[in-house]
Design a protein. Sequence first.
Length: 618
Amino acid sequence: MSDNKEKLFTEFTAPTTQEWLDKIQADLKGADFNKKLVWRTDEGFSMQPFYRREDVLKLKTPDALPGEFPFVRGNKKDNNTWYVRQNIEAADAKEANAKALDVLNKGVDSLGFHFHGDSISAEFVETLLDGIECECVELNFCTCKRRSLELAKLLVAYFEKKGYDKEKIVGSIDWDPIEKIVMKGKDTSKILSLAPQLVDIFKDYPNFRCIAVNTVSLNNAGAYIVQELGYALSWGNEYLSELVEAGVAPELAASKIKFNMGITQNYFMEIAKFRAARMLWADIVKQYEPKCDCACRMCVNASTTTYNMTMFDSYVNLLRTQTETMSAALAGVHSIVVEPFDVVYEQPTEFSERIARNQQLLLKEESHFDKVVDPAAGSYFIEELTTSLADAAWKLFLKIEDEGGYLEAVKKGTVQDDINATNAKRHADAAKRKEFILGTNQFPNFTETSEGRRPVSCSCHCGSKEESAFKKIESARLAADFEQLRLQTEAGGKAPVAFMLTIGNLAWRQARAQFSSNFLACAGYKIIDNLGFDTVEEGVEAAMKAGADIVVLCSSDDEYATYAVPAFNCLANRAMFIVAGAPACMDELKAAGIENFIHVKCDVLETLKGYNAKLGIK
């Protein structure tokens, strides 16, 4: 068999890198290689269009083994299983318990309970966990950070009362005071001193973590991947150093920290992110000289992002969350939360929660993603991406450390300014359709209406009313601006009718009509497309019969000099007139009184806001 393989390969001459480049340059026909094919990532580095074995030989990541330091290839050696987690609002302990028992029979093996600090009591804990075999299910709790110590004591008392094996208790308390500072500007620094006490309470529970690093909040605020990764490392190191300085053994301190990270739709980059995160965190923990390398393992709960979710065409959210879940699963995370597709506009329904669970179960039971450890290993592209992302994140980590550490950076507002700037840039890019939001700023559903749906605002379980002491992160989902625009249009009572006056060159008029239809449908306008007209007069007459509020002239740049002014004059201000494109004769057309042009360089959002204003929609 091996001889046949050798003979087969000898029939082919392996091309060199230069031969590949020569072929690519020939196919580009003079176009710039760097502009056309090199990917300039938002993370601050560039990726080539292809990689070869020689590129990977210089990297260290391919030498790593699964389950061994620095854990770039995962924490496990023999499988890639992860916990399927569902979060549950537990305002009422009995109702939350009933829901938990129900979903545990439907494929979930990890629960996340969210509840107000005022609810905490021994009775609450017993009611919440009644009938749940805590040795068989991962349990996660999120409540007021000021009451987490009390919760920790009650949980340990409950576990001991039930006689559970301490090593079989897996879970976490989401205690992360720094998150409140960075996201809300609240000064929670006074309770940071509780960290050693929390760790001490759970010191005999090797698989229960009580310190959280919630960079999922940065992810949901629009952070780029390198920002989330770099800040996660610095955030985690802040807690680790504080614990060690307080006298906690490095291996115990590290074993109590859990990272809750987000997952964006950047598929391969996310795989690389989690691989790089484990590698870099292992290197950081190693510097504290723990007694064993096992303390260097990074525990990550990954949640699909809500930043890119949409209220309109919401079933597209299923496509987003599915690819996000795939990337996290392939990357070997500890657990995954899939946000239901309707979470951004309503309390998730039983149907949407079932679909969210099944998205993970499908990957396990049908696609067998839980069987193979680090299947991305050895991929030239992903190995290079892992290294490049790690280098960029490490630079950010060192920058924050040089400035005094993560807590100091947060108090100065450095982190908040950075994330806010990214969020603003991404919204600006979305407005110009440089960042693609399927079903919202590109290819919207022309006939969809909100049907009473409205974006939900985030809720906070902390009852603190104190004023913000620091800068905070200002965030909105990427689609929020366009959704507000469509809701504004709906509130006008009647959707404006946009009529495509197609004439002249067949290819150009069809392309321009499609572009214009997608452009104007982003505001919820009713679109009427046409096969074409012989004269502009015929087109204008048809538009008036159709009750058009907007007439869009769709033709070629050369023909606009012939058609635009006659069409504009024939329309005689009976409807808004738009030329689709940016022809060379634009100045002449403007001189003739034509004001509106739509093309690929337009700020779509601002243009449509302006059109709504002209149409009297407020």
